[in-house]
Design a protein around this ligand. Structure first.
Ligand code: GDD
Ligand code: MG
Length: 380
């Protein structure tokens, strides 16, 4: 039996306005709440019990997953009244563990999609008698992550969270957000106050000579913390670029969930997901996007690499590229939204209010967007 802690208490700031009503790990990815994929992969690796470390919108998790029995895994919830940071959350969640001090405990950031061999990471940790083992991956631009240089034996030399100067970029190996901790190491994290595992716990462990190992893995890896990564992760699951036992139903170029209505004259591709109660009308082209429950995509609309929130409406001939449309927002017909725009929940953008290029009925993006913003449209 292996136990795990999943960190799911962050505010998902970079995914606003999607995370206004739904915590990031509960946003639907390839048709199910994101952490359903992580839980299914953990269960497949022999994890039998998971403590969910919740804080922001904590109740949403238990309402959906209950005690975990329908998912074949035992779930326990430990909620921080005030967020305790990643290390504080791990320490707080330890109250829900039942294993002994020498047992390995898996810890997952709640926003990572990966093809990691979880059982292999745990077994390697036990075989090495390590205090902590970190899953590492290599990325082109490591600045948004924790940098983790290792020696030739895989021993971690340093932990540099979110480096600020070019001199600090000493490696392309980053913390991939999955760890194995020996239980007694968790119990030594200070209780009852905020602690960052990245900025405080890891550096302290290294200073005191603990055996901290890093295992570089080359399989699929993505942090779903930004809108672009979120749509890519969902599409990659649909396209089978990464496996998850939790993807519902057959997929191909797109995933249509039960209760979705797609006109035969619409074209869905590049891993698009259309959720229950959503409608896609004739002539619409939807590429690599996530259309959430109850949303409507109008006739001849063009939606690319975008997230359309629950019960949002995209009007006829409107085009979106890399957009995030908040729940219940309406973008009426004949709008051409600039790449990367975010529309707040419930906002109404009238017919032809935003045109990226000048044209009949429209005006250059700068002016028209400014007019539409008016305190309620968020733009990146
Ligand atoms: N319970 C709880 N309480 N959870 C939290 C808290 C908290 O106070 N703060 C953050 N979390 C959770 C988030 O919900 C998320 O699942 C996880 O901890 C990591 O937080 P992020 O906000 O996503 O961090 P990040 O992506 O900037 O950086 C982290 O992940 C990178 C890999 O994607 C760090 O661990 C980096 O070192 C790492 O490279
Ligand atoms: Mg993250």
């Amino acid at each position: 039996m292996t136990e795990a802690i999943m960190l799911v208490g962050g505010q998902g700031t970079r995914l606003r306005p999607l995370t206004t009503h739904t915590p990031k790990p509960m946003l639907p990815v390839a048709g199910v709440p994101f952490i359903a994929h992580q839980l299914a992969r953990a269960a497949a690796a022999g994890v039998t019990r998971v403590v969910l470390a919740t804080s922001y919108l904590a109740e949403v998790f238990e309402e959906h997953f209950a005690d975990g029995s329908p998912y074949g895994i035992e779930l326990v919830y430990l909620t921080e009244v005030e967020p305790l940071g990643t290390g504080g959350a791990i320490r707080n969640a330890a109250a829900g563990l039942t294993c002994g001090p020498d047992e390995p405990v898996l810890i997952f950031n709640g926003d990572i999609l990966s093809g990691l061999d979880i059982a292999g990471l745990r077994d390697g940790h036990v075989a090495a008698g390590a205090d902590v083992t970190l899953h590492l991956t290599r990325v082109e631009d490591p600045r948004a992550f924790g940098l983790v240089p290792t020696d030739e034996d895989g021993r971690v030399l340093e932990f540099l969270e979110k480096p600020e100067t070019p001199e600090q970029i000493v490696t392309d190996q980053i913390n991939a957000g999955c760890y194995v901790f020996t239980r007694s190491v968790i119990d030594r994290i200070p209780a009852g106050r905020p602690v960052s595992v990245e900025r405080e716990t890891f550096p302290e462990l290294l200073q005191t000579g603990a055996l901290v190992r890093g295992v570089v893995d080359t399989s699929y890896w993505l942090d779903l913390g930004t809108p672009a990564a979120f749509v890519r992760g969902s599409a990659d699951l649909v396209l089978g670029k990464v496996d998850s036992p939790a993807v519902p139903g057959p997929t191909g170029d797109a995933l249509l969930l039960d209760g979705a209505t797609v006109d035969r004259g619409a074209v869905l591709s590049c891993g698009t997901v259309v959720a229950a109660g959503a409608v896609v009308r004739a002539g619409a082209i939807v590429e690599g996007s996530v259309v959430l429950p109850g949303a409507t995509i109008g006739a001849d609309a063009f939606v690319k690499d975008s997230i359309v929130g629950a019960y949002a409406t995209i009007g006829a001939r409107t085009s979106l590229d890399g957009a995030v449309i908040g729940d219940g927002a309406t973008v009426e017909a004949d709008n051409e939204l600039p790449n990367g725009i975010r529309i707040a929940c419930g906002v109404l953008l009238p017919v032809g209010a935003v045109r990226t290029t000048a044209g009949p009925g429209g005006c250059p993006a700068g002016q028209s967007t400014a007019a539409a913003v008016h305190g309620s449209v968020l733009q990146q």
